[in-house]
Design a protein around this ligand. Structure first.
Ligand SMILES: Cc1cc2nc3c(=O)[nH]c(=O)nc-3n(C[C@H](O)[C@H](O)[C@H](O)COP(=O)(O)O)c2cc1C
Length: 189
């Protein structure tokens, strides 16, 4: 034990404790259903494996829900920091009444394995198939399998951003290179 006095933890409201942990970068989910392309914002997601497999929480109150369930596919796109305001606006309106690609001046690009379009302005795009919805009724949780990946090789702003959960966002910052410490995980780097 060092002589330094340990900080004292104070109680925090449990119903706001989800803001302690954020899932990863805020995502755009692109879908195409009945001839209409759409976008929604998702911050509640989980990386589940290197295949890549990922889980997203997507509630039935979203117009995108029927598209994901109906088609069994989507594109997961990671938007850059310079799109932060548009991405928040995309998550505050419904594709039922508008064409979000056109309103938010984003460019749909044909994907190869799925009908949903890539988002050209995003840092990267992952074409996905819905492979498991066993937790959908209880948790709105859908498991996606990436089937083809794309990235922008020279984005003007390469930072993604993270949602704290209270309307504030964290932009990616410093990169710390500790590859020399990854002695057990050489295959991953
Ligand atoms: C920052 C942010 C994060 C969001 N994260 C989620 C999420 O993880 N899951 C979800 O179902 N909705 C989430 N939403 C809400 C949807 O994006 C929102 O309901 C959107 O209007 C759905 O669009 P749609 O009706 O065109 O599908 C989020 C919204 C914002 C602004």
């Amino acid at each position: 034990m060092s002589g330094k006095k340990a900080p004292r933890q104070v109680a925090f409201p449990l119903n706001r404790a989800f803001t302690f942990v954020e899932s990863g970068p805020v995502l755009l989910i692109s879908t195409r259903h009945k001839g209409k392309s759409n976008l929604m914002t998702v911050s509640c997601h989980a990386s589940m494996g290197f295949e890549p497999t990922l889980g997203i929480c997507l509630g039935p109150w979203n117009f995108s829900y029927a598209a994901l369930v109906g088609t069994g596919e989507c594109v997961v796109a990671v938007p850059p920091a310079d799109l932060l305001t548009q991405v928040v606006e995309i998550g505050n309106c419904s594709g039922e009444t508008m064409d979000k690609f056109s309103v938010f001046q984003l460019t749909p690009q044909p994907a190869q394995e799925v009908q949903a379009p890539l988002v050209a302005e995003c840092l990267c795009n992952l074409e996905c198939r819905l492979v498991n919805r066993k937790l959908a009724d209880e948790y709105n949780f859908f498991v996606l399998q990436g089937v083809r990946a794309w990235r922008n090789p020279s984005p003007p702003d390469g930072r993604s951003f993270h949602a704290v959960g209270d309307g504030t966002f964290i932009l990616d910052g410093e990169v710390v290179d500790l590859r020399r410490k990854m002695t057990k995980w050489q295959d991953c780097i």
